[in-house]
Ligand binder design. Structure first.
Ligand code: FE2
Length: 409
């Protein structure tokens, strides 16, 4: 009897150890990992980089130089990083304590290729290469993904990799929220970073948060520790509501996941973002304006409808003739140019898409000019002067949908 109990205890102990070891695939070390470039307000002259180590690394730097055929050990400009420590715990998983290092690389030249590495004299990342955009209105493409959210390693990784192979010179990658499923759960971020790997350090990334990036009204503590996004939005919504310029495009993220998905009509998150959005668009000088936010203005799903979002934000988008709104949340595809107020003089093109494997049915809604369901998708959006080309592809690279927008048509 006693020996059986001993065997059971021993077996349980080994199981526990195995579980802890498995959970620790996401543990940081002194070696930089999770290196990511983020788009800044003015990417032609700046870039933002963030990475992670364990807490033995308290100060770190970025070395930057113009790209050439070889790395020149003496040519680097050094940028000191800011460091923050974050503690992440999740039920049944080992606690993770990380130092996140971030740095804005400023004074860059437009249209220039650079290389950079991050770390310390004891431990460096590899050199990453990226290019700042020129300041003219020449052609560029960027990639847009709906919710990655679940099965990030197993089923989402191939989507971002296929998208990158499809458009390796893409200007940036945009995510319309719900990057992971459980806000604060580091093991899911481990999978998200594994999926994109070196791509994140090479192509600037731009993301708006979804409801799954919040937990009990609190933004995932990873968000502003591991991403260095623009902070030019309303106070308190730094890194979630902001605007950036890219050539002749103004790209805007507003946070529709904040404050219980903006259900509080008198709430600060809704009112502050409305006023901010109106003022940004009022002074905009860029030819194209694209807005991203997590909640769709119009849903493909039969049972969903975000009327409050339209009530508060659609008049602003129409007043300033916003071209395109890129969203997620509904786990299917739908797009259409429409309005709740015919006669306002402008109709915005709204898109809902999904890149991860979590799928819902798409309904038969009148607003949709094209729709689909049960497909993992990525989108290549190309702006060439006064023309915008939009193409949606399936995870295996087949064209699924396309349309064009033209200025002064
Ligand atoms: Fe969502």
């Amino acid at each position: 009897m006693m020996s059986c109990l001993r065997c059971f205890l021993l077996f349980s102990f080994f199981l526990l150890q195995a579980g802890l070891v498995l959970a620790q695939v996401n543990a940081p070390s002194p070696v930089p990992d999770r290196v990511i470039l983020n788009l800044t307000e003015e990417p032609s002259t700046s870039a933002a980089v963030t990475w992670r180590t364990d807490t033995t690394v308290n100060s770190a730097i970025v070395e930057l130089q113009k790209a050439g055929p070889i790395v020149d050990n003496k040519a680097s400009v050094v940028f000191p990083a800011e460091t923050v420590t974050r503690n992440y715990s999740w039920y049944g998983e080992a606690e993770v304590v990380s130092n996140h290092h971030s740095c804005r690389l400023t004074g860059l030249e437009p249209g220039q290729k650079y290389i950079y590495r991050v770390g310390t004299d004891k431990s460096w990342s590899e050199w990453f290469q990226f290019q700042t955009p020129s300041e003219d209105a020449s052609r560029f493409s960027f990639l847009y993904f709906g919710d990655p959210q679940t099965d990030l390693k197993s089923r989402w990784a191939r989507v971002i990799r296929q998208a990158f192979m499809h458009s390796p010179d893409c200007a940036f990658m945009l995510y319309a929220g719900d990057l992971i499923n459980r806000a604060g759960r580091d093991s899911e971020w481990h999978e998200w970073f594994l999926a994109g790997s070196f791509i994140y350090g090479t192509v600037p990334q731009l993301m708006t948060p979804g409801n799954h990036d919040y937990n009990d009204l609190i933004l995932d503590p990873h968000w502003n520790a591991q991403f260095t996004l623009p902070t030019n939005g309303p106070k308190g919504l730094e890194g979630t509501c902001y605007a950036a310029n890219y050539k002749n495009l103004k790209i805007i993220s507003f946070d529709s996941a904040a404050d219980s998905e903006l259900e509080n009509e008198d709430g600060y998150a809704l009112q502050a973002q409305k006023a901010w959005l109106d003022s940004v668009l009022q002074t905009n000088t860029k030819e194209w304006v694209i807005v991203t936010t997590h909640l769709p203005f119009y849903s493909p799903k039969e049972s969903r409808d975000n009327k409050l979002l339209r009530k508060h934000f659609q008049p602003i988008l129409e007043k300033h003739k916003v071209d395109l709104v890129l969203t997620g949340h509904d786990h299917s595809y739908g797009r259409g140019r429409t309005t709740d107020s015919p006669g306002n003089g402008h109709e915005v093109m709204y898109v809902v898409s999904v890149s991860g494997p979590k799928m819902y049915e798409a309904g038969d809604k009148a607003w949709m000019e094209y729709s689909g369901a049960f497909k993992q998708l990525y989108q290549v959006i190309t702006i060439d002067g006064n023309e915008l080309g939009f193409q949606s592809f399936t995870a295996d690279g087949d064209l699924f949908d396309e349309f064009k927008l033209k200025k002064n048509e």
